[in-house]
Design a protein around this ligand. Structure first.
Ligand code: NAD
Ligand code: WQD
Length: 340
């Protein structure tokens, strides 16, 4: 039996881009996804891009019996764990759903891995675990802060669980990847972000205004202490992010214990800069209006990316214009996402 990489949540936005990168670099891939926030079409598209198919198992990461069967039937060398819920607002209304899915799901996965003798894990964490640091850029040596919502706390608590696990048993080799703001789509326009309902995140919102599905963008806050008063974030192209996962996977093959890496570009852009860059790339006008701050938002956030560069030999290569062009290509070729 050939070794495979298990990708939980592999039909989702980031997972599907990672699946493409893994297939293109010759890995065998098994995707476990319950499709609660995605479509299996993303995996058909991954096949169209790469000419290779991942094994797809539709199921829940909290289903222990299913995991045990999966590890018996397949020789899994490592696990990339994307499966989880990520809507910040919903997490405030339904915190237990988030703690159950994100924390309990991760604990069950680690238990199943340990009993199958699989000890290499890459976990999708988030810059949200830093809370609101006083200084920029944010480096991995910063203490984790106080995330402002249950989603963020579920990521921080899962990190803590994984830290305890790595300290308890030297067989574990775990990467915590703290993503900044993933955006963009595959340059083929075949896979991209397909949010359910009205998007919460900036770029999907902007691109739905551009295609005419939404009337105008609301800019949350124009009085932040930033370059133009609007929020500043470190947007990173999802294909750069996917390549970072491949590097992290290689790194944990040689390293034991737990390692933390920021995956960001090291550059911050404001909401107004994002609007302008999108207008330029799409040749469309984005109507927007200024509004009060969104509760829970921080003023600015960008990464110190040098630890990943030094230790993983990885750095984000794609420009803001690439992010915008690829987002617009995906949006205009697939106005209704994966729904035909
Ligand atoms: P996504 O919703 O597109 O992907 C998550 C996938 O997991 C979906 O396909 C969903 O169906 C699946 N899933 C959810 N719960 C599951 C369960 N219990 N069992 C099996 N499958 C399940 O989200 P994404 O943007 O691709 O995010 C992937 C991961 O990265 C998440 O853990 C998210 O918290 C984390 N992350 C995302 C961002 C971001 O801005 N997109 C930033 C930081 C971290
Ligand atoms: C970016 C900027 C908004 C929408 C969230 C999560 C974080 C991580 C990534 C998963 C901010 C402004 C947005 C809009 C706006 N996810 N904005 N109008 O808030 O940085 O991070 O996604 O881990 O945990 O919190 O991303 O895209 O929502 O916002 O003005 O309609 O755009 O205020 O300044 P955020 P975002």
């Amino acid at each position: 039996m050939l070794d495979s990489i298990l990708v939980t949540g592999g039909a989702g936005y980031i997972g599907s881009h990672v699946v493409v990168t893994l297939l293109q670099s010759g890995h065998n891939v098994i995707v476990l996804d319950n499709l609660c926030n995605s479509s299996a079409s993303s995996l058909d598209r991954a096949y169209q891009i790469t000419g290779r198919k991942p094994v797809f198992i539709q199921g829940d990461v909290r289903d222990r019996e299913l995991l045990d069967k999966l590890f018996t039937q397949h020789q899994v060398s490592s696990v990339l764990h994307f499966a989880g819920l990520k809507a910040v607002g919903e997490s405030t209304r339904e915190p237990l759903k988030y703690y159950e899915n994100n924390i309990v799901g991760s604990v069950g996965l680690c238990q199943a891995m340990a009993s199958a003798g699989v000890f290499k894990l890459v976990f999708s964490s988030s810059a949200t675990v830093y809370g609101e640091p006083e200084q920029m850029p944010i480096s991995e040596s910063f203490a984790t802060g106080a995330p402002t919502n249950p989603y963020g706390r579920s990521k921080l608590m899962t990190e803590q669980v994984l830290m305890d696990l790595a300290s308890s048993d030297p067989r574990w080799s775990i990467a915590l990847l703290r993503y900044f703001n993933p955006v963009g789509a595959h340059p083929t326009g075949l896979i991209g972000e397909d949010p359910n309902g009205i998007p919460n995140n900036l770029l999907p919102y902007i691109s739905q205004v551009a295609i005419g599905k939404l009337k105008e963008l609301t800019v949350f806050g124009s009085d932040y202490p930033t370059k133009d008063g609007t929020g500043v974030r470190d947007y990173i192209h999802v294909v750069d992010l996917a390549e970072g996962h491949l590097k992290a996977l290689q790194a944990i093959n040689d390293k034991q214990g737990l390692n933390v890496w920021n995956l960001g570009t090291g550059r911050g852009y404001s909401v107004l800069e994002m609007i302008r860059a999108f207008e330029q790339a799409s040749n469309r006008v984005i109507t927007y209006r200024m509004a009060p701050r969104r509760p829970g938002d921080i003023a600015e956030c960008w990464a110190a990316p040098d630890k990943a560069e030094k230790e993983l030999g990885w750095k984000a290569e794609r420009t803001l214009n690439d992010m915008m062009i690829d987002t617009w290509r995906w949006q205009s070729l697939n106005p209704n996402g994966y729904t035909e």
